[in-house]
Design a protein around this ligand. Structure first.
Ligand code: G3H
Length: 259
């Protein structure tokens, strides 16, 4: 597009930030590469931004997923070793003892903390718990302490998913996915499925950050790569504009075109 030709990355970042009305935008420059390379570029930009903005006593909540795994992986930097992060606490946004251990929030919190030399608090609470089992687990002192820390997180770092992709990943049946689509679900974050207006249409019974905690978060950072997630982002950002967006150049341009 003409806009792409005449605007530099930093112009694009500012324009997008102003149009969205959010705090900050970081755009990873376009690479003519595979989806994985694009994700890696975005993750490196995110890691750099995070390292620049961390405070040594922060409490950081980090979500699961493949994007967050790459962000945590890329936190390895010389800068990380210049600063003493031994008082910084990293926590998963929610308990997740699902199938894929590599992309669970607990695992990602662990690698994030390890790369910084920070502390980690886990939430070993299964997703999808009901009623009294959930209440009981949430009253365990360790779990309660982490939930209290999550409530006062200095930064919440997460990615978004497409509703259909996430539902499939979580093993939802074809019929239930169709029902979810019929409700207008377009995106997913923190175990919440929301429609294009940012209204919650379904949620998992997870233990961790809930939507009110997210809306009241001091500082949240959403990281995503790939324009297939643009519509999910456009729904999500309506929930809380106290937000930093880190994405790739093509997605950034597409967001701008859709606003
Ligand atoms: O909840 C949404 C997911 O975190 C997105 O996962 O980074 O693997 O696409 P992903």
């Amino acid at each position: 597009s003409v806009m792409g030709e005449i605007m530099g990355i930093s112009d694009l970042e500012i324009k997008l930030r102003d149009k969205l009305g959010i705090n900050y935008v970081v755009i990873s420059k376009k690479v003519n590469e595979s989806k994985d390379m694009i994700t890696d570029g975005v993750a490196k930009s995110a890691a750099k931004y995070i390292l620049k903005n961390l405070n040594p006593h922060d409490k950081i909540a980090i979500a699961g997923g493949t994007t967050m795994r790459q962000v945590a992986y890329n936190l390895k930097s010389d800068k990380a070793y210049e600063v003493d992060y031994s008082n910084l606490i990293v926590m998963p946004t929610r308990g997740s003892v699902g199938s894929d251990i590599e992309i669970q929030a607990n695992s990602i919190a662990a690698s994030f903390a390890k790369n910084l030399g920070a502390q980690v608090e886990f939430l070993y609470v299964p997703d999808e718990l009901d009623g009294s089992a959930r209440e009981t687990l949430m009253s365990i002192p360790d779990v309660k302490r982490t939930l209290d820390h999550l409530r006062v997180s200095d930064k919440v770092i997460f990615s978004i998913g497409r509703a259909d992709v996430m539902a499939k990943r979580r093993g939802m049946s074809y019929e239930d996915i169709e029902k979810l689509k019929a409700k207008g679900a377009i995106g997913e974050a923190f175990g919440y499925y929301f429609d294009k207006n940012g209204e919650i249409v379904m949620k998992l019974n997870t233990v961790g950050i809930d939507i009110d905690m997210y809306k009241n978060a001091k500082d949240s950072i959403v990281v995503f790569a790939g324009s297939d997630k643009v519509d999910s982002f456009l729904a999500l950002y309506k929930l809380n504009k106290n937000l930093t967006l880190i994405t790739d150049e093509d997605s950034a341009k597409e967001i701008l075109n859709k606003l």
